[in-house]
Design a protein around this ligand. Structure first.
Ligand code: BGC
Length: 736
C-alpha cells in the first residue's frame, strides 16, 4: 500500500503553525470543551466538513462494501475505516494528518471488531447463550487490546438489534430475541471495549448499531423496510440502546432500514429527540456504509444533496463512505439549510471522542510484538466458547458424556472446517489459528480411542458419493459424532435465507448414518437458529456449538467427553419449522388462549427448543421463591430469593432466569418478560441462593409509545422456572 500516493492535504492548507505557542486545543490540562471551543474557532468550514466524513484505507475484506477506490484521502478527514491489521499504515497516514495538515487534528481509525480481532471468540448470538456477561466483557477487552495495538481506535460493535426472524443473516451479530439480553450483553461489551477510560492504550471506543430497529427487517430480508409502531419501538427496539448509552457507549451507527416511513439515517425522532434530547448522549452518530446516499434509493431524498441535508439535520454527524457530506455540506451551509450551530455541534461531538481517546496526545500506535493470540486470550476465547454451547438434546439413554468409547467416527462437512468455526465478520481471524472438532476429538481421545474421519457430503450441493464411506465409518464405530451446519458466509450481512433448515444433502447424510443404528451425537455450527425437525429424530444427542472461534474444537470435545459440563441456554427460540417465524417467547397474549384455538392446523405451534432451553450433565432443583414483601410502593426495592440445589453428581453452572408478567394493564404486555438473570457455579449437593432485587419503576412498569414509564396499581407476577409469585402494587398510577 503506497500511503504517499493515496493521501493529499486539503487544497490551500499549510502545515501546523510553528511560531505559535502551544494552542489551547493542544493543551491536555485544559478541559475538553474549552479545547474544542478553541479548535472550532480556528477551523474553516471545509476543515469542519472534512471532520464529518469517513473514508477507508487498506484492503477491504467485506464483499458487501467494496466501495469506490479512494485516490486521495485528505489529511483533514475525520475518520478512516482501517482494513489493515498493522499499525504501520495507520501511523503513516496519521503522520500526514498530525504533522502536515494545518491544525494537525488526528484521524480516528475505526473497524468492525465484532467477535475478536485476531483471537476470534464465539459470535454474539452464541455469547448470549453463555449468560455470562462478565466473561463477554473479558473477551471484548482482549479484542480491544489487539485492535488498539494494531491501529484501531474505534470498533463498530456491539450490534444490539433485537432479532426475531432467523432468516435474517444478521441475527448472528446480535444477542438474540430479547431486548433485555441485548441490553445486558451490549453493555458488557461496551465495558470490555472501553474500560473506565478510553484514553487507555488498551481500549477502544464502542459503537452501538444499527440504530434502530434494523432487526425488524421484513421477512428477514436485509436492507428493507421495517414496520415498527411507536409502542414496539420503545418496548422492544430502543431498550437495549438506552441501556448501552447508560453504560457509556461513545458512538452509535444509524441503520439502513426505513422505520415505518422514515429511514433510520434520516430519523430526527430517534437520532435527535430520543438519543440526544431525552438520553443526553454527547458522542456522535456515524451513518452505516453508504446509508446517507441510500436515502435516495429509499425514496426519502431526491438526490445526494437532499440526502446529506436530511441525514445531517436528523442527527447523523459522520457520513460513512457515501461522500454526500463531502460533496454537499458546504453548499447546504452557504444556502442556510444547515445552520452553523448544527455544524459546530456535530464537529464538537467528533472532536470530543478524539480527545477522550487521547488521540491529540498519542496519535500513533506503537509496534507491540506478540500482541495477538496470547495464551490468556486463547483461554478466554475457549471458556466463552464452552459456556456458549447449548446441549439441546440428550436422550433417555444419556448418550453424553461419551465415556468408555474406543471407536469414534467423526463425520460431516464441518468437522475439519477451520474457516466456518470463525463465523461471519471474523475481522483479522485466521483459519490457521483454529482448532476444529476433529482436532479437539484427537486431543481429547487420541490416546485412548481410535478415531476415523469421513466427510460424507459437502455443506450444500447434490454429490452423495461420500455417503457410503461415512456409513462404513459409522458401522465400524461405537459412536458417531456428526458435525453439520452452515458455511460461515450463510450468516452476516446480505445473507438472508428463505428457509432455516440445513440443505437436504446434510439431512440425507444424517439419515444414512443413523440408519446404522449406532448412537449419533449431532454437533451443530451455524449462525442462526435452525429448523431441526427432520434432523432431530436421527440424533441421540444434539450440541449447538455455534461458530465458536479459535478454541472451539477443544470446547466441543470437552463437552462431549464430560470434561466440561455444558451450561449454555438458548437466547433465541429454535422454531419447529420456518413457517412458524416469527416465533419468540415474549409475545403478547392471544385473544383465544383456550380450546387450542388459533394454532396451526398442520404442525405444532410450539417451537422445537424454546428460549432458555439448555441441558446439563447434572440436575438442579428449584425451591420455593420468597419475597421480603408482597405489597409494595413505587420506591421500594423488593427482594426475591430462590434456593437452587445441584442434585446430581457433577459440578455444574445454573443460570436462573427471572421473568415478570403484568396480567392486566392499559397497554397489553407480553406473557413473560425477562428482567434479570444470574449464573452460579454449584458443586454436587450444594444449594445456592439466587436473588432478584426488583426496582418497580425499572422492572415492573411498562413503557409507552413515547418512552414514559408507567406503573399501574394491581397485580404483578414474578416467574422463575415453573414457580409464580404474585406481588401487589396498591399505590396510585405513576408515570415518569
Ligand atoms: C454494515 C455495518 C458495518 C459497516 C462498516 C456495513 O455494511 O452494515 O455493520 O459496521 O458496513 O464495515
Amino acid at each position: 500500500m503506497c500511503v504517499m500516493a493515496c493521501v493529499a492535504p486539503v487544497a490551500g492548507s499549510v502545515s501546523v503553525a510553528a511560531a505559535e505557542p502551544v494552542p489551547v486545543y493542544r493543551n491536555a490540562a485544559v478541559p475538553v470543551e474549552e479545547r474544542i471551543d478553541d479548535l472550532l474557532s480556528r477551523m474553516t468550514t471545509r476543515e469542519k466538513v472534512l471532520q464529518l466524513n469517513q473514508f477507508y484505507i487498506g484492503t477491504n475484506n467485506n464483499v458487501n462494501n467494496i466501495g469506490e477506490v479512494v485516490n486521495g484521502i485528505p489529511a483533514e478527514v475525520g475518520s478512516l475505516i482501517y482494513f489493515d491489521g498493522d499499525p504501520a499504515l495507520r501511523n503513516a497516514m496519521q503522520r500526514r494528518a498530525v504533522e502536515e495538515s494545518r491544525l494537525g487534528i488526528p484521524i480516528l481509525f475505526g473497524y468492525d471488531v465484532i467477535h475478536g480481532f485476531r483471537t476470534v471468540y464465539p459470535t454474539s448470538l452464541a455469547q448470549a447463550c453463555s449468560w455470562n456477561p462478565a466473561l463477554v466483557s473479558e473477551a471484548c477487552a482482549v479484542a480491544a487490546q489487539e485492535a488498539r495495538q494494531s491501529g484501531v481506535d474505534w470498533t463498530f460493535s456491539p450490534m444490539i438489534d433485537v432479532a426475531r426472524d432467523p432468516r435474517w443473516g444478521r441475527v448472528v451479530e446480535g444477542y438474540g430475541e430479547d431486548p433485555y439480553v441485548n441490553g445486558v450483553f451490549g453493555a458488557a461489551s461496551v465495558r470490555g471495549y472501553q474500560g473506565d477510560n478510553i484514553a487507555d492504550s488498551l481500549k477502544v471506543a464502542a459503537c452501538l448499531k444499527h440504530y434502530v430497529a434494523y432487526g425488524a427487517s421484513e421477512a428477514g430480508r436485509d436492507y428493507v423496510y421495517t414496520e415498527v409502531s411507536p409502542q414496539t419501538l420503545w418496548d422492544t427496539y430502543l431498550l437495549p440502546y438506552q441501556m448501552c448509552v447508560e453504560a457509556g457507549a461513545q458512538t452509535l451507527m444509524s441503520s439502513f432500514n426505513d422505520i415505518s416511513g422514515t429511514p433510520g439515517t434520516a430519523n430526527h425522532y430517534t437520532l435527535t429527540e430520543v438519543l440526544k434530547d431525552m438520553w443526553g448522549h454527547d458522542g456522535f452518530v456515524v451513518s452505516d456504509w453508504d446509508a446517507v446516499k441510500q436515502l435516495v434509493a429509499q425514496g426519502n431524498a431526491a438526490d445526494m444533496k437532499e440526502a446529506a441535508l436530511h441525514a445531517f439535520n436528523a442527527g447523523v454527524e459522520m457520513d460513512m463512505m457515501s461522500y454526500a457530506y463531502d460533496h454537499h455540506l458546504e453548499e447546504l451551509i452557504a444556502e442556510g439549510k444547515v445552520s452553523p450551530q448544527r455544524l459546530d455541534d456535530a464537529v464538537r461531538r467528533v472532536l470530543r471522542i478524539k480527545m477522550r481517546l487521547g488521540l491529540f496526545e498519542n496519535p500513533y500506535t506503537p509496534e507491540v510484538p506478540d500482541r495477538f493470540l496470547r495464551p490468556a486470550s486463547r483461554v478466554t476465547a475457549g471458556r466463552l466458547a464452552a459456556e456458549s454451547m447449548v446441549l439441546l438434546k440428550n436422550d433417555s439413554t444419556a448418550t453424553l458424556p461419551l465415556k468408555e468409547v474406543s471407536k469414534i467416527a467423526v463425520i460431516g462437512p464441518l468437522a475439519k472446517s477451520k474457516a466456518d468455526m470463525l463465523g461471519s465478520w471474523h475481522c483479522h481471524g485466521n483459519p490457521d489459528d483454529v482448532t476444529t472438532l476433529y482436532e479437539g476429538i484427537m486431543n481429547e481421545y487420541g490416546n485412548g480411542a481410535e478415531v476415523r474421519y469421513a466427510l460424507g457430503v459437502d455443506k450444500d450441493g447434490d454429490d452423495t458419493s461420500g455417503i457410503a464411506e461415512a456409513v462404513e465409518a459409522a458401522a465400524w464405530a461405537d459412536v458417531v459424532i456428526l458435525h453439520l451446519g452452515e458455511d460461515y458466509r450463510w450468516g452476516g450481512e446480505n445473507a438472508s435465507r428463505s428457509t432455516i433448515a440445513l440443505p437436504a444433502i446434510q439431512e440425507k447424510l444424517a439419515e444414512a448414518v443413523a440408519g446404522t443404528g449406532k448412537p449419533v451425537v449431532l454437533v451443530l455450527s451455524n449462525g442462526r437458529p435452525l429448523d431441526l425437525s427432520r434432523l432431530e429424530p436421527h440424533a441421540n444427542a444434539i450440541l449447538e456449538a455455534w461458530q465458536p472461534g479459535v478454541n472451539g474444537g477443544d470446547a466441543m470435545a470437552g463437552i462431549l467427553s464430560g470434561r466440561i459440563n455444558p451450561s449454555g441456554k438458548l437466547a433465541i427460540t429454535f422454531p419447529y419449522s420456518t413457517g412458524q417465524i416469527p416465533i419468540y417467547y415474549n409475545r403478547r397474549p392471544t385473544a383465544r388462549p383456550f380450546d387450542r384455538q388459533g394454532l396451526y392446523q398442520d404442525i405444532t405451534s410450539e417451537p422445537l427448543y424454546p428460549f432458555g432451553h439448555g441441558l446439563s450433565y447434572t440436575t438442579f432443583e428449584y425451591g420455593t421463591p420468597k419475597a421480603d414483601r408482597i405489597d409494595f410502593v413505587a420506591d421500594d426495592t423488593i427482594e426475591i430469593t430462590i434456593p437452587v440445589t445441584n442434585t446430581g453428581d457433577l459440578t455444574g453452572d445454573e443460570t436462573v432466569l427471572w421473568f415478570i408478567n403484568d396480567p392486566y394493564s392499559s397497554i397489553t404486555r407480553p406473557v413473560k418478560e425477562l428482567k434479570y438473570f444470574e449464573k452460579k457455579h454449584l458443586s454436587p449437593g450444594e444449594t445456592a441462593e439466587y436473588t432478584f432485587r426488583i426496582d418497580p419503576m425499572r422492572d415492573l412498569a411498562m413503557v409507552d409509545g413515547t418512552g414514559r414509564r408507567i406503573l399501574e396499581p394491581g397485580e404483578y407476577r414474578v416467574l422463575v422456572a415453573d414457580k409464580v409469585l404474585t406481588l401487589n402494587y396498591k399505590g396510585e398510577k405513576l408515570s415518569r
